[in-house]
Design a protein around this ligand. Structure first.
Ligand code: 1GP
Length: 245
């Protein structure tokens, strides 16, 4: 089954948790160990990417994961170097609130031929960066959506849906001190029928629950597994919070 259909199938019953790994943060073998622990804790898929990516590290990590895990591996590209033939799919994203056309469509055009060539599934996704925004906000020249303006986020979501995108990612920035506000998630959910993805700064089950209860279909965590000693237990706590929503 294709990855998007696989996730849609899960969404009929419950919400989805994805674990984000940055190939630059650990060796391929360590990435496999973290992924296996996260899967044991209940994660539904592994996202691979970062704001600064080296293509060879990405390939090595994606290949090691493909040989050792069964859940979908989805690329989360930070630039044109974020493509690998060892993944199952790619979130083909446009940073809609960037002020720089490179991040809205330039990198996508440059990367599209390699996506076509390797033939992996491309899942169209609108992506916006909200305050505080972190590294991706800076790198992506984002005009950060103010936290107190849920309607602005919803306007971007509606535009993304009208342009044919099927997923919409609200990003607070990796390691953000504040997560996406629940009212903003609820507004995007209310005005569109896309799958809403939320990430940035989610570190515990209670927060994950709040995010999912507000309307997120996908909850993404990354940094938390880099910091904790028991990945399986931490992911289980987060996944339980999401499933209860
Ligand atoms: C970053 O939204 C993701 O793109 C995950 O953020 O690393 O804070 O979990 P964290």
């Amino acid at each position: 089954m294709k990855v998007e259909a696989y996730f849609k199938d899960i969404l009929k019953d419950r919400k989805v948790h994805l674990t984000l790994l940055d190939p630059e943060e650990q060796s391929p073998q360590e990435a496999v160990e973290i992924a296996q622990a996260a899967i044991a804790g209940g994660t539904d898929g592994i996202m691979l990417g970062g704001s600064t990516n080296d293509g060879s590290e990405l390939d090595a990590t994606a290949q090691a994961l493909q040989e050792n895990i069964d859940v979908p591996i989805v690329l989360f590209p930070g630039n044109i170097t974020g493509v690998s033939k060892y993944a199952d799919a790619i979130f083909f994203m446009s940073l809609l609130n960037s002020t720089n056309p490179y991040w809205i469509i330039g990198a996508q055009a440059l990367g599209a031929p390699s996506v076509k060539k390797i033939g992996i599934e491309a899942i169209p996704m609108g992506y916006i960066v909200v305050e505080p925004g972190g590294t991706v906000g800076w790198v992506g020249d984002a005009k950060l959506i103010p936290r107190k303006k849920p309607d602005l986020a919803a306007a971007y979501a509606m535009a993304a849906e009208f342009m044919g995108m099927r997923m919409f990612y609200l990003e607070a920035g990796s390691g953000a001190s504040q997560t996406i506000p629940p009212e903003m998630i609820a507004a995007c959910k209310k005005y569109t029928s896309m799958s809403i993805v939320v990430g940035g700064g989610i570190q515990d089950g209670a927060t994950a629950h709040k995010i999912a209860a507000a309307g997120a279909d996908f909850v993404v965590t990354g940094t938390v597994v880099e910091k904790c000693s028991d990945v399986e237990e931490k992911i289980r706590e987060i996944v339980e919070g999401i499933h209860q929503a």
